[in-house]
Design a protein around this ligand. Structure first.
Ligand SMILES: [Zn+2]
Length: 233
């Protein structure tokens, strides 16, 4: 057995979601990856690591009396983060797309295929399932702790510092396609007369052709997202 101290930096939460400085007894040999995953932190959430003050990797072994410090990973491209959500996060998917973040959702895919897709597209995997995020193939990830969509969005915005990157009109809630501003006369589908009478801005999804406008439903969603952003400061 080895005894070590693990210090979690940034807002990296352990399984209990609150401890920052943890003493552990672990079987030897144990890698930093195993030590952190035993705390409920998937390897894809981990960015910078120090072992006894020196830069280290997930594969390095924890020695007796070691001090491990770990900070959360950030997506490779923070300006254009790309996500892949597991099948349980459909409501979060719609919120992320509403906020303009490129978010894939393939609820029919099995875990192995999901992992392959994440690697191929270099997407950050968002999941409620620790076992999925423990898969070696998965790179960047975030274990979603809450089961409420608003709190889930807050977790993503907070971890990846994205509150300032919310962009409207967002992406298509249905297919993740980009929305193209389109003149009222060029909208390819009939607009309800009461909408056409008072709105002049429309967007058409480049993926599925669905037409969007800023109706009352969208205003309610904007207010909801604004409340979530205000709550995380
Ligand atoms: Zn679409």
């Amino acid at each position: 057995m080895v005894t070590c101290r693990i210090i979690l930096g940034g807002d990296l939460p352990d399984l209990a979601g609150r401890r920052r400085d943890i003493h552990r007894r672990l079987p030897a040999p144990t890698s930093i990856r195993d030590a952190l995953e035993a705390l409920g932190i998937p390897h894809g959430e981990i960015g910078r690591i120090l072992l006894d003050g020196a830069a280290a990797s997930l594969a390095d072994l924890v020695g007796d009396g070691s001090r491990v410090e770990a900070w959360p990973a950030v997506p490779a491209d923070l300006a254009d983060p790309r996500f892949l959500c597991d099948l349980h996060l459909g409501k979060l998917v719609r919120l992320l797309r509403f906020c303009g973040f490129d978010t894939l959702w393939e609820p029919g895919l099995r875990e192995a295929a999901l992992a392959r897709l994440a690697v191929r597209d270099r997407r950050t995997v968002l999941s409620r399932h620790r076992a999925l995020l423990k898969r070696s193939a998965i790179g960047s990830s975030l274990l979603i702790r809450s089961n409420r969509p608003d709190a889930q969005l807050a977790e993503v915005l907070q971890r990846f510092r994205l509150a300032g990157r919310i962009r409207r009109p967002g992406r298509c809630a249905t297919c993740n396609g980009t929305l193209v501003a389109t003149a009222k006369a060029d909208v390819p589908a009939p607009i309800p007369p009461r909408t056409a009478a008072w709105l002049d801005e429309y967007w058409v999804c480049a993926g599925c052709g669905q037409v969007f406008w800023e109706g009352t439903h969208v205003q309610r969603l904007r207010d909801r997202v604004a409340r979530i952003v205000a709550a995380i400061g």
